[in-house]
Design a protein around this ligand. Structure first.
Ligand code: HEC
Ligand code: HEC
Ligand code: HEC
Ligand code: HEC
Length: 237
């Protein structure tokens, strides 16, 4: 009988050891739990890319302050793409507005009369006139690219911002990125800041500025498929 009791005790001890071992085996299981935790750690990495986008928009917010840091490239740079018929020949449309001849205007008889009254010798050389009749007049010389000319008058970059940085990036159709690089899409809300920088009482010939009417006179847009079809049909006739 005593022998049997000993066996029972041994079996008991053995089961304790096995149980203990099993318990100790559960600890290695813990790292498995850590593994799933790691998976969660991978997700915050996704959050990180989201953060990058957030910083992009944050950059976009600061554009207003850094607009002057972008270099001017001149309207000729935009012509290659934005004068394609399928894109609405925007360059030609702009060329037909008074903005494109604003510098030339400063040499006409009316300008000579205004200049005389203000004791300005040559309106085309006076900051008092050029500040509104050409593009980027106030910009530091180092930001004026060789292709930006006085002759182009009030050109693309006067309204869309200096293109030195967005020229290549805006093609990617990533609006946030293009904005961060300085691209401006003028809207009625922006018109005070943009159009009225020149269309104001400082102009010797100032006429009341009404954005809605004014923007129609300088309007240019990329034609829709429908509009293109109509153009084709008109050509065919
Ligand atoms: C290499 C071709 C190319 C050149 C050069 C180019 N663009 Fe563009 N531009 C594009 C493309 C592509 C788009 C996007 C068109 C679309 O979304 O349908 C675009 C769109 C735009 C838009 C509208 C952006 C929007 O979000 O709606 C503006 C404004 C613009 N360009 C201004 C300019 C100006 C100003 C210049 C010259 C400084 C210029 N582009 C030069 C290709 C060009
Ligand atoms: C850098 C200065 C400047 C900015 C910015 C500017 N303009 Fe002008 N605008 C002028 C000047 C200068 C003239 C007169 C040019 C001339 O008669 O030679 C003019 C003329 C015009 C005309 C008469 C055009 C025509 O062909 O009959 C309209 C309309 C106009 N601007 C609308 C706008 C609108 C809308 C905006 C903003 C989206 C704007 N302008 C931004 C300087 C500016
Ligand atoms: C504050 C900006 C600004 C300044 C400075 C400025 N202009 Fe203009 N100018 C304009 C705008 C905007 C127009 C078109 C709309 C208008 O006349 O209000 C214009 C139009 C003109 C026109 C055409 C007017 C017409 O009826 O077609 C002449 C000429 C002219 N300006 C000459 C001058 C001369 C000369 C000087 C310098 C003494 C000068 N401008 C200074 C903004 C300005
Ligand atoms: C007087 C200011 C002014 C000038 C100069 C100007 N633009 Fe614009 N542009 C605008 C305004 C305003 C819009 C409309 C913005 C909106 O409502 O989305 C616009 C829109 C555009 C668009 C978008 C069109 C669309 O259908 O989505 C392109 C592309 C563009 N401009 C290119 C140019 C180019 C290229 C030049 C020079 C050849 C130029 N712009 C000169 C004011 C201007």
């Amino acid at each position: 009988m005593k022998k049997f009791a000993w066996i029972l005790v041994l079996v008991f001890i053995a089961s304790l050891i096995i149980w203990g071992f099993a318990l100790s085996q559960e600890k290695p299981k813990a790292p498995v739990a850590v593994d799933t935790a790691k998976k969660e750690v991978i997700q915050p990495a996704k959050v990180d890319t989201a953060k990058k986008e957030v910083t992009k928009t944050a950059k976009a917010d600061t554009t207003k302050k850094v607009v002057k840091e972008h270099a001017y490239v001149g309207a000729s740079k935009c012509k290659v793409c934005h004068n394609m018929p399928a894109w609405g020949k925007i360059y030609d449309k702009w060329s037909a507005t008074k903005h494109a001849t604003a510098y030339a205007t400063l040499a006409n008889e009316q300008s000579k009369g205004i200049a005389k009254g203000l004791k300005i010798e040559d309106a085309q050389k006076s900051a008092k006139c050029l500040v509104c009749h050409v593009t980027g007049y106030d910009a530091p010389a180092k930001l004026k690219g060789e292709k930006l000319t006085l002759e182009e008058g009030v050109s693309c970059e006067a309204c869309h911002g200096p293109a030195g940085d967005y020229l290549t990036s805006h093609i990617k159709k990533d609006k946030a990125l293009a904005k961060a690089d300085g691209l401006i899409l003028p809207t009625e809300a922006l018109s005070k800041q943009l159009c009225e920088k020149c269309h104001n009482k400082q102009s010797p010939t100032f006429k009341e500025f009404k954005y809605k009417e004014a923007v129609k006179l300088v309007e240019h847009h990329k034609p829709t498929q429908e509009e293109l079809k109509k153009q084709e049909e008109a050509k065919g006739k």
